[in-house]
Design a protein around this ligand. Structure first.
Ligand code: FE2
Length: 317
């Protein structure tokens, strides 16, 4: 994880960001309602012109990823004095400058997801981002044909209870360790060669399709893009539904990876303080979070593809 400490002068550009977004989406657009831009390259250009310091900051972040970082954290972004709506817009602009933002779910097309504990009956799609429980190591968007390369988390309000710590593992390092043992090498081979069933929820099936008629797609856990596609709970659920897929080799491979992830030697564990932002390379890193009790904890999450990536793919080619 690379840490970028900045003098947040670019905050003076939050007015310019609001102006550019107002011109692009309509003057009264709310940060919470922002959708993926019709032409991401055009909006990137407009933001770069209107907010050059923010543009330069995202160039620095990009350079850290290009030199091998699996995550970049800025401990204080400099938005703390702004309204939540202005913070949403500034963080959205930062994401657009870094890549092609995606909608959180297909019905309302909103880009920004509020990571906030919600009462159980109100939770929608995500068990992790709306619950206060521990989120074990996983990668995001495992149901998406090509998951977004990046996601960011910005802390509007950090947890005040000592919990809600972010945890991160570099999946390339996990891979290297696996390659050092026979069981590890066998696990990697199995997970590369054996696509496993994962359920595509109905709302997303309309968008991405599914390769099997029962709404499942068969995808490898380990590949090139992404390197890891890991949501252990969803993989296990898929195997319960499709027991034929759970061969002894698959069982052993999954257990071997889980065992490796349980070893916290190379873990990065840190609090995401209020006004901090972290961007994670979702194609190589595993992330998770410790449990928390402070329900005021509030993060913003935005996912985005590399600027050169297509926005939409389907499971069905
Ligand atoms: Fe996640």
């Amino acid at each position: 994880m690379a840490e970028l400490v900045i003098e947040p002068q670019w905050v003076i550009e939050s007015d310019a960001v609001e102006r550019v977004l107002g011109d692009y989406y309509g003057a009264d657009v709310a940060g919470a309602d922002l959708t993926p831009p019709a032409d991401p390259t055009e909006l990137r250009g407009l933001l770069r012109q209107g907010a050059p310091q923010l543009g330069a900051l995202t160039d620095q972040m990009r350079a850290l990823f290009d030199s091998g970082a699996c995550g970049v954290m800025i401990p204080r972004l400099g938005l703390a004095h702004l309204s939540t709506d202005q913070r949403r817009k500034s963080v959205f602009a930062l994401a657009v400058l870094l890549g092609n933002v995606t909608e959180t779910e297909p019905d309302n097309h909103r880009v920004i997801w509020d990571v906030k504990a919600a009462p159980e009956q109100e939770r929608q799609f995500s068990k992790f981002s709306q619950a206060p429980d521990e989120a074990q190591y996983h990668t995001d968007s495992t149901i998406v044909p090509i998951p977004e390369r990046f996601f960011l988390l910005y802390a509007v309000t950090q947890a005040d209870c000592g919990g809600g710590l972010s945890i991160l593992r570099d999946g390339r390092q996990v891979m290297d360790t696996l390659q050092q043992s026979q069981a590890g090498r066998a696990a990697v081979d199995t997970l590369r060669q054996t696509p496993l069933p994962i359920r595509i929820p109905r709302a997303f099936r309309r968008k991405y399709g599914a390769t099997a008629t029962d709404g499942y797609s068969y995808v490898p856990v380990f590949a090139d893009k992404p390197m890891w596609r890991w949501r252990k709970d969803k993989i296990e659920n898929g195997l319960v539904k499709h027991p034929d897929a759970e061969t002894p080799g698959v069982r052993q491979a999954l257990d071997t990876v889980a065992e490796q992830l349980a070893d916290t030697t190379n873990e990065v564990r840190q609090v995401l303080s209020t006004d901090a932002i972290v961007v994670i390379d979702n194609h190589v890193a595993f992330h998770g979070r410790t449990a928390f009790t402070d329900t005021k904890r509030h993060l913003l999450r935005i996912r985005f593809h590399d600027a050169s990536e297509n926005l939409e793919q389907s499971w069905i080619s």
